[in-house]
Design a protein around this ligand. Structure first.
Ligand code: SAM
Length: 248
């Protein structure tokens, strides 16, 4: 690390990131802001990228993958409304940074990565930083992780061609999932909530027209669980590759 990147300077950059990129863009959850103020994001990027660790964009982490823009990490986490006892599944460990944010706010976190090298590096980082409530698994997360379901929250950090039913089914009652879904040249970040069965609730199904921001969309499916689906914002993520994602 070069001389100007000492701990004081890195902490100052991190503080500016939280103020300029998160608070100013209306991230208000104090626990999310505190977690991102605390976590040394520069340790989750390759050494040659550390100077840019607190800048306003994604960064390359190797294997053709990225660590997401800080604002997107904050927004996705805020949407999950985590409590300290929540059980969380992340699909797409990448650098492990999002998993660290989740670990600060929830109980147990399971995170799956398809690239063995990235999974091993992330696990070493997370363990080294003392995140003993994160369980890193190598494999295809497009199928979820049914052996530890149900989850209070699921966050998918790679873009899916559609919302896999198997992921919805792994949500606990009142569980929340955030997932980017293909929509033309970009993707649509969706919030999916498992809700109690009531006359006025609807279930979104694959192939439905994407919901307008803040609206409920879908059709009834008698006997099945109910989900509310909300379109949040347009985004760009690397693809979810796997059984319920894009082909390898
Ligand atoms: N959350 C990460 C972080 O904090 O650094 C960023 C994730 S990156 C945008 C997306 C990750 O999803 C990549 O590391 C990619 O290899 C992974 N991925 C893609 N398809 C996957 C799948 N089916 N199962 C698990 N991981 C997958």
């Amino acid at each position: 690390m070069s001389a100007e990147l000492n701990e004081t300077d890195l902490a100052r950059r991190r503080h500016s990131m939280v103020g300029d990129q998160l608070r100013r863009r209306h991230i208000t959850d104090r626990r999310v802001l505190a977690a991102m103020e605390k976590i040394p994001r520069h340790l989750f990027v390759p050494p040659g990228q550390r100077h840019a660790a607190y800048e306003d964009g994604p960064l390359s982490i190797g294997a053709g993958q990225t660590i997401s823009q800080p604002y997107i990490v904050a927004r996705m986490t805020e949407l999950l409304c985590l409590t300290p006892t929540d059980r969380v599944l992340e699909i797409g460990t990448g650098s492990g940074y999002q998993a660290a944010v989740l670990a600060e706010l929830a109980g147990d976190v399971w995170t799956i990565e398809r690239h063995v090298d990235l999974a091993e590096q992330a696990e070493a980082r997370l363990t080294g930083l003392g995140y003993h409530n994160v369980h890193v698994i190598t494999g295809d997360g497009s199928m979820g992780l049914p052996e530890h379901a149900p989850y209070d929250a699921i966050v998918v950090t790679a873009a899916a061609p559609f919302v896999p039913d198997c992921l919805k089914e792994q949500l606990a009652m009142n569980g929340r999932m955030v997932i980017p879904v293909a929509s033309g040249p970009h993707q649509d970040l969706r919030l999916i909530e498992r809700v109690a069965r009531e006359e006025d609730e609807v279930i979104a199904q694959d192939g439905d027209t994407p919901a307008e921001a803040g609206e409920v969309s879908g059709a009834r499916r008698p006997g099945g669980p109910c989900f509310r689906e909300t379109s949040i914002l347009t985004c760009v993520f690397v693809p979810l590759i796997g059984e319920h994602g894009y082909p390898r």
